[in-house]
Design a protein around this ligand. Structure first.
Ligand code: PMP
Length: 352
């Protein structure tokens, strides 16, 4: 090995879901929203003056922060915006997890947590879930350098009642507790209401799922102003112009259209509840999901075989080839038409 090679930071990167190209495929593999963003977003995009691209964007993303503050009734120093919640969470690891003690996150959860911990050289421990994919709050009663978990959890879709979320926060007032609410709008109850009560709580959300804007990369954190100030200090020490100008403007427009937001979510929830029924009839079992996906395993056929057969028909679902997860498929809730194509194929394939 050459001397300089010893100084390279080596990491095993996170592997994002596949982004297949093509017209007629059914894409149920990365938990995107099947509906377009609000028409407010389209109008603002049509009116956008491209000459403005000459200038740097507002480093504070004030238009977007203000829209979010009005929506959530928070103060402007209680919200931090970033380039997708991935950016917000990565920045949070860097900002809040600087103890020698291990950070805790569930063994089955968003696989990026482990990658950030390794990238930033943060020690971590991963309490197991039980056989029903439930998180046990007592596993988080031990000494730690911080806690993060998604609620609903990913890739299981399981929602932890707010009383249990609060139990974890209440037992850990010496660490920062981050609740990753990427999927909260699909029926769960947000922990944002606990921010006034717990100064160590950070709630992270995203525009990628419920607001149909994964491509614009918008995420945000809500928390006590001291936490938000610390996040901003790290951000400005790293890259001041994280969020581009169109994302700031279009994100703010999306937030203003609450009736479209609610309507889209209702449609997805209705399709999800139908999917639970159809998938059970087809012989699948799954933990009850409160997200825009279902983590299903078949009573007879192997998940990998189903995944490959679906893929051949241009129907993409997510398959994790990892011990403990490798007999499950994570199926994103699409439109009713897309889901019908999935059931039609599964019906034929599973009876063959
Ligand atoms: N948290 C969880 C639990 C997720 O599943 C995702 C989506 N991959 C993210 C955060 C990041 O989403 P984004 O960066 O698009 O906001």
């Amino acid at each position: 090995m050459r001397a300089w090679q010893a100084n390279i930071r080596t990491v095993t990167p996170y592997v994002p879901g596949e982004q297949p190209k093509g017209e007629h495929l059914v894409k149920l593999n990365t938990n995107e929203n099947p509906y377009p963003p609000s028409p407010f977003v389209k109008n603002a995009m049509d009116e956008m003056d491209y000459d403005k691209f000459r200038k740097y964007p507002d480093p504070a993303s004030a238009v977007l922060t203000k829209a979010l503050c009005e929506y959530y009734r928070m103060e402007e120093d209680e919200i931090f915006v970033g380039v997708g919640s991935d950016d917000v969470i990565a920045m949070s690891f860097l900002t809040f997890f600087n103890s020698q003690k291990p950070v805790l996150f569930p063994e089955v959860s968003y696989s990026f947590y482990k990658v950030w911990a390794e990238l930033f050289r943060i020690p971590y421990e991963t309490p197991a879930l039980d056989e029903n994919f439930l998180i046990h709050t007592e596993d988080y009663y031990r000494e730690n350098g911080g806690i993060i978990f998604p609620n609903p959890n990913a890739p299981t879709g399981v929602f932890m009642p707010l009383s249990e979320v609060e139990d974890i926060i209440a037992h850990n007032q010496d660490s920062v507790v981050i609740v990753d609410e990427a999927y909260i709008d699909f029926g769960g109850e947000s922990a944002a209401g606990l921010i006034k009560k717990y100064e160590n709580l950070l709630v992270v959300q995203t525009f990628s799922k419920s607001r149909s804007m994964a491509g614009m990369r918008i995420g945000y954190a809500m928390g006590n102003k001291d936490l938000i100030r610390a996040l901003n200090d790290v951000k400005y020490s790293y890259n001041s112009y994280t969020m581009n100008m169109p994302s700031q403007i279009l994100g703010a427009e999306a937030v203003k259209d609450d009736s479209y937001f609610k309507e889209t979510i209702e449609k997805i929830i209705t399709t999800r509840e139908k999917a639970k029924k159809r998938l059970s009839e087809l012989g699948f079992t799954f933990p009850d999901s409160m997200a825009n996906f279902i983590f299903a395993s078949h009573r007879e056929k192997k998940a990998e075989d189903i995944y490959l057969a679906l893929r051949e028909k241009q129907i993409f679902v997510r398959y994790f080839k990892q011990p403990g997860l490798d007999n499950h498929l994570r199926i994103t809730i699409g439109t009713d038409e897309e889901m019908e194509k999935l059931y039609d194929f599964l019906e034929k394939f599973l009876s063959s």
